[in-house]
Design a protein around this ligand. Structure first.
Ligand code: GLC
Length: 395
């Protein structure tokens, strides 16, 4: 509640992240729904709708949804992004799921909101595809998994390798990545409103991102079916059919990236195959038993305060470094939901235990060491309230 800001969203953390972030706000909406249903926050459902609406309110005419909005300081990112008030890249379109959660909880959503969400998804579908048929991301940040080991192929010639603050030889550092990612912003090719439409330097078919696009389409479409055809239908039938078939195609493309023991991104080099938890979002659309087994295997992603952000068998696994191994609550939540939807209640319950334990032990940290539960990053972080949702899945 202390994180709530005008015109209706939560800052992820008031010091470290004092603006609005797209996928964070969608996860906040999921938490508001739960708080509303539990009777903890009387207007929880309304807040959920308000938060998703504000996250989609700076959409460009072509449907593009920026990943950040600078409500309080509209010019704070202007020099960096080349446009005012909002960023020029996007983030996973979790608004499909957030809206579906509102509808499932009995909340009311407007035609305008559902239309905006459909427009955002259609905008992503319109990006030119990679050779594997995936939607490319034009910046690592578009996946929400900023310093993932999966981007390491893009570091090799960067001249930023090695011994930055807190780093080790040959290991990436947060500072080194930050510089590199400024380069990637400069390399963006932009549309009329300054939104990313391509990149001269970074274009990757991220399995995790594509799985989330496909799944969020299915979630959004499911809200239409709640209302049924007719005037009350929130998503016109033809739009729904188009989106559904696009989601089906994307899911096939995601499955096509399964290599026998993991999903590989459509990227330029070996890092595309590093086993990271974000790629396991593929389980939402390609629920393979082998994938679920890795999720809880103590030698892979399973850990008391997990699931780990990187498979322990990877040489790059480090439980304390940003995006190189720590557990992240939003990914743990997605894994729990994936297992539940695949009717793997046993696995959903195990992941729920890990998530709840980590959220609590870390003091609601942004992310944490999956072995010890020790908090890392900002604290408290709003999305770590997702730990509350674990109760639904524990046995
Ligand atoms: C970090 C995370 C990103 C998140 C943002 C705000 O940049 O990597 O996923 O959206 O913080 O919490």
């Amino acid at each position: 509640m202390a994180a709530w800001r005008k015109p209706g969203y939560c800052v992820p953390n008031q010091d470290t992240y004092p603006h609005q972030w797209l996928w964070d706000s969608c996860f906040h909406a999921v938490i508001w729904c739960q708080l509303g249903q539990d009777g903890v926050v009387a207007d929880g459902l309304e807040r959920a709708v308000t938060e998703v609406s504000s996250a989609l309110s700076k959409q460009d005419p072509d449907g593009f949804v920026p990943h950040m909005i600078y409500w309080a300081e509209p010019e704070a990112g202007t020099d960096f992004w080349g446009r005012s008030g909002r960023s020029s890249i996007t983030q996973p379109p979790m608004y499909g799921h957030a809206i579906a959660e509102v509808v499932r909880a009995g909340g009311a959503v407007t035609h305008d909101l559902v239309g905006r969400a459909a427009g955002g998804l259609a905008n992503l579908l319109a990006r030119p595809r990679t050779t594997a048929g995936l939607i490319p991301v034009f910046h690592p940040w578009e996946t929400g998994c900023d310093d993932s080991a999966r981007w390491d192929d893009f570091r090799s010639d960067s001249g930023h390798d090695g011994d930055g603050p807190g780093g080790r030889d040959g290991e990436p550092t947060v500072a080194a990545w930050r510089a590199r990612k400024g380069d990637f912003v400069a390399a963006l090719e932009t549309g009329r409103q300054g939104q990313a439409v391509g990149s001269a330097e970074f274009s990757v078919g991220s399995v995790g991102f594509n799985a989330l696009v496909a799944w969020n389409i299915r979630e959004l479409v499911s809200t239409g079916s709640v209302f049924g055809p007719g005037p009350g239908d929130l998503l016109a039938a033809n739009r729904r059919a188009e989106l559904t078939s696009a989601a089906d195609e994307l899911s096939v493309a995601v499955s096509g990236r399964w290599t026998g023991d993991r999903w590989a991104d459509d990227g330029p080099g070996p890092a595309s195959r590093i086993r990271t938890l974000d790629a396991m979002a593929a389980l939402l659309v390609d629920p393979r038993p082998e994938g679920f087994a890795d999720l809880i295997d103590p030698e892979a992603f399973g850990s008391r305060f997990g699931p780990r952000g990187v498979d322990r068998r990877e040489p790059s696994y480090d439980p304390d470094i940003y995006w190189r191994g720590p557990a992240w609550p939003q990914l743990g939540y997605l894994m729990m939901v994936a297992a539940d939807r695949a009717k793997r209640a046993d696995i959903a319950a195990e992941v729920a235990d890990m998530l709840a334990a980590g959220a609590e032990r870390s003091g609601l940290a942004e992310y944490w060491n999956p072995e010890s539960g020790q908090g890392r990053g900002a604290r408290p972080q709003s999305w770590t309230g997702l730990g509350l949702l674990a109760e639904r899945y524990r046995t």
